[in-house]
Design a protein around this ligand. Structure first.
Ligand SMILES: CC(C)(COP(=O)(O)OP(=O)(O)OC[C@H]1O[C@@H](n2cnc3c(N)ncnc32)[C@H](O)[C@@H]1OP(=O)(O)O)[C@@H](O)C(=O)NCCC(=O)NCCS
Length: 184
């Protein structure tokens, strides 16, 4: 399978439900990982995790705009260390808006290595250079300090609180597309 992109230490590729469900389950059955992600992200069996991966892939396919959610693999061990996503932000009713968010979830044992920042930087590049998005957002629960620090390392601009997305109050961060020819 061709990766979506590679970074120095990581490979970002599509999820393969048959192959990846067990590793995805190890990540998403951990309450420390799902703590800020809401109940919907919690899974109780490998089979429901596999179903979740299949549904996500189908949903991305239907959007037909290159957005989705991908597996992050550590090159050195070929272990799945998390998820990186770029997708339309949902409004309070769950309907897609015109705004796009980047998001990151890492396996607990891989926190503290800079992998979310590295994958996030690759995802922003992809969104700007391949999808030609003019701006990419991140939304974070105000108590999720680790995630706020990722937005800072990615030089995303803090825009204050918003209730526009997911039907809850979240901190909004924004990254504008680099000027064409700026070499960023
Ligand atoms: C949010 C989350 C992805 C952040 O993970 P993280 O490991 O702290 O973030 P990064 O991958 O960017 O790593 C940065 C940390 O690695 C350290 N680090 C080590 N080597 C590094 C390197 N080469 N480059 C950058 N940072 C490095 C940094 O110092 C930093 O640690 P610190 O915050 O203690 O100073 C993680 O906490 C998570 O998966 N949470 C659960 C899911 C979630 O809430 N997602 C966000 C929803 S909005």
């Amino acid at each position: 399978m061709t990766p979506l992109f590679e970074t120095e230490r990581l490979i970002v590729r599509s999820w393969i439900p048959e192959l990846d469900a067990e590793q995805a389950f190890e990540i998403y059955s951990d309450p420390e990982v799902t703590h800020f992600l809401g109940n919907a992200s919690r899974v109780t069996t490998i089979e429901s995790q596999r179903q979740r991966l299949i549904e996500n892939i189908e949903r991305s396919r239907r959007r037909k705009n290159g957005t989705g959610s991908w597996a992050i693999l550590e090159k050195e061990t070929i272990t799945i260390v998390g998820t990186i996503l770029l997708k339309p932000l949902p409004d309070k009713d769950g309907l897609a808006t015109q705004d796009y968010e980047v998001g990151w979830h890492l396996r607990r044992t891989y926190w503290g290595k800079g992998y979310a920042t590295e994958a996030g930087r690759g995802m922003l590049n992809y969104g700007f250079s391949i999808l030609n998005l003019p701006v990419i957002y991140a939304v974070v629960k105000p108590e999720n300090h680790a995630s706020i620090r990722v937005t800072q390392r990615l030089s995303m601009k803090p825009m204050g609180r918003t209730k526009k997305y997911y039907g809850i109050e979240l901190l909004l961060f924004q990254h504008d597309a680099p000027e064409k020819g700026s070499g960023e």
